[in-house]
Design a protein around this ligand. Structure first.
Ligand SMILES: NC(=O)c1ccc[n+]([C@@H]2O[C@H](COP(=O)([O-])OP(=O)(O)OC[C@H]3O[C@@H](n4cnc5c(N)ncnc54)[C@H](O)[C@@H]3O)[C@@H](O)[C@H]2O)c1
Length: 259
């Protein structure tokens, strides 16, 4: 139980990757504060976690609500040791059809909210002498994908926020790392799985020839939240089955039997 006695705040905890992260942190011994805008689903997830879980319904696009969360969690649980910025929205639209309002909304949830949460959590963690932040970015923050300009820009920004926090607070007991998932089967990507063209394209571009389950993103998050990763700071860990190792180039040299 590497996270025994630790308290974790997880955003976007009502669905997909967030649910798996909450379960994995709880299994590792942490008590978990779950937050999401969807209160009904949040209660259901929390009730499945039993003791050691509490819910905090908040819309992270509201700066004041987001900024208040770390202190609310510390007041309820007595400390705040881990912050996982997982909540996210994804806008899929051709660049010329993307409106400034859609662009801002994506950045508000995917980049401004993590900044606001980190800004509120870091002083509490520094006061305790130690705290770990894990930001859930995306392989779209490492590479461009058609129709995803706002999402890619937000996730690339989140990766640089991660590195800036390490540079500024690495000597004050703060760890900040990012995980960059490839395609994960969740409600966010359900439309992928309704299209055979899309699933064969994912397979073709992923050296491991498959997509991932939310639990496969949660395990590296537990590692980055615990003491085993104590010399890992300011990094971004792709968890994408190798997609960003090869990009499309992986397909340019078929194996002899496939040529
Ligand atoms: N699913 C993938 O393939 C994939 C790939 C790369 C990165 N990611 C990232 O992983 C994270 C989780 O994605 P997921 O697939 O589980 O998505 P999801 O849509 O299943 O869950 C996202 C959660 O965030 C919450 N949320 C959205 N806006 C919010 C707001 N304003 N305030 C509070 N909560 C809000 C939603 O209610 C939902 O519960 C996201 O940051 C996403 O960008 C996902």
């Amino acid at each position: 139980m590497t996270l025994d006695g630790k308290v974790a705040l997880v955003t976007g905890a009502a669905s997909g990757v967030g649910v798996a992260i909450c379960r994995a942190l709880r299994e590792a011994g942490a008590r978990v504060a779950l937050t999401d805008v969807d209160g009904t689903a949040l209660e259901e997830v929390a009730s499945g976690l039993g003791d050691g879980a509490a819910t905090f319904v908040a819309d992270l696009a509201d700066d004041d609500a987001a900024a208040a969360l770390p202190a609310r969690v510390r007041d309820e649980f007595g400390s705040l040791d881990i912050l996982v910025n997982n909540a996210g929205v994804r806008q899929v639209a051709p660049l010329l059809e993307l409106t400034p309002a859609q662009w801002r909304r994506t950045l508000d949830v995917d980049l401004v909210a993590p900044f606001v949460l980190c800004r509120a959590a870091i002083p509490l963690m520094a006061e305790q002498g130690r705290g770990k932040i894990v930001n859930i970015a995306s392989m779209a923050g490492l590479a461009a994908f058609r129709d995803r300009a706002a999402y890619s820009a937000a996730k690339a920004g989140l990766i640089m926020l991660t590195k800036n926090i390490t540079v500024e607070f690495g000597d004050r007991g703060i760890w900040c790392n990012a995980v960059a998932p490839g395609v994960v089967e969740t409600p966010m990507t359900s439309f992928f799985f309704a299209s055979p063209g899309m699933t064969s394209s994912i397979r073709a571009n992923t050296p491991m020839r498959r997509w991932s389950r939310p639990e496969e993103i949660a395990r590296p998050v537990v590692f980055l939240s615990g003491p085993e990763s104590d010399f890992v700071n300011g990094t971004v860990v792709p968890v994408d089955g190798g997609w960003t190792a090869g990009y499309y180039g992986a397909e340019l040299s078929p194996r002899p039997e496939e040529a």
